[in-house]
Design a protein around this ligand. Sequence first.
Ligand code: GLC
Length: 420
Amino acid sequence: MSMAEQARATLRANDRGGYSVPTARLYPFQWNWDSAFVAMGWATFDEDRAWQEIHWLLKGQWDDGMIPHIVFHAPSDDYFPGPAVWGVMHAPPTSGITQPPVLAAAVRHLWDHARDRAAAEANAASVYPSLLCNHRWWQAARDPQRHGLVATLHPWETGMDNSPAWDGPLARVPTETVSPIRRRDTMLVDAAMRPRGEEYQRFIHLVDLFRDAGWEPARMLSVSPFRVADVGTNAILLRAEKDLLALARRFGSVPQQAEIETRIERISAALERLWQEEAGLYVSLDLVTHALCPVGTSAGFLPLFAWHGQARAARLAATLAAWGGRATRLVPSADPGFAGFEPKRYWRGPVWAVVNWMIADGFATVGNAGTASRIRTDTIALIETAGLSEYFEPISGEGIGGADFSWTAAIYLMWCGGGS
Ligand code: GLC
C-alpha cells in the first residue's frame, strides 16, 4: 500500500460515522483543531465527508460561540478527564475550554478548493454564522478590554500542552486537585513521551477551578493563575479572521466585514509586541507578570501563517536554519539549543506535522519557497520513514507517541495525496 493509501485508510479507520477520532483508544472523541486539519485531509478524496467533520464539531459549539476542545459524542473509558470531570451541561457533552481556531482556515480551504462548487457554497453559507459567532466569542471572552491579544487559560487550549513556554506560568498553578487523577495516556504510550505527572496535576487543578467558576468566561478569566497570550493561538486567530473576511464578502453583510476588519487591525498591531529580537522569533506573553516567555518554540513562526511579519521573514528563516543545524528534521517544537529541550517529550522537542504545514504555508506565502520546501520535504521524509505517528523525534526521525494519527494522515494527503 502506498503511503497516500495508508493515510486514507487511517482516516477511514478513525471515522466514527461523521467525525474522526485523532487515534483509536488514546483519543477516543472529537478534538477541535485536529478536526480542522482532518477535514482538509478528507477533502482530498471525499469532500462530503470533509464538510461532515465540520458540522459534527459544531454540534459541540456553545450558545455563547465557544467551540470546545473536545466533543464527547460517544462514551469511552479510555480517556481522562471525561465528561463527568468537566461537568459541563451541554448536549452532546463537551469539555469547557477551547483550542486554536484553525476552523475558519479549514472552511475557507474547503470552499476554495472544492470540486463540487454547489455543495461547497451551501456548506460554507451554513457554517459562516457559527464561525462569526465563534470569533466574536474570542474577543468578548478572552480580550474583553480590547488589547488585541486573546488570553489562553489552560495549556490544553494552546494545543501544545507541555510546551516549555508554559513552564513559568504553569508553576503558579497549585498541584492539588479535587478530582482524583486517573491517567490513561501513560498506559497506552511510554510515559517518557508524555507530560510529567506534576504537569498533569496542574492541568486538572485548572479544570477543577473553572468548573467551580461555572465555566463562566469572565470568572474564568479573573480566577485563572494561568493566563497567557499564546503566540500560536493569536497568530492562528489572525489568520482565521482573514479567512472569515473572505467568507464574509460572499456570505456576510457589510457591517460584519467592517467588524472583522477592525479585529484584524487590532490583532495585527498587538502581535508585534510578541517579537523577540535576540531570539529572532515571536514568543508568548505571560499576562499575569507581563513578561515575554523566554523560550523559543515552533509557535513563534506561526505569525507568517497569518500573512503577518513579512518584514521579519528573512530573520525567521535564519532562526529556523540555526535550529536545523542542531536537529536533523525541521521543525522541532522547542528551540534545540534550549537547555530544557527534550527530543522525545511531546511539545518539548518533537516535530508535529500540523505545525509544519502551517509554518510552511506561511513561508510560501511570504515568498520564501526554499524554507517552505525544506519543511515539506522533512515532514514527508519523516512520515514515509516512520509512519503516521502522532509526532517525531527531530534528531533520529523516529515516530513516537500514538500511531495511525488522523492529523498526520491529513497533512500527508494535503501534500502528497493528489492522485489515488
Ligand atoms: C494532545 C495534543 C493536542 C491535540 C490532542 C488530540 O492533547 O497536545 O494538540 O489536539 O492531543 O490529538
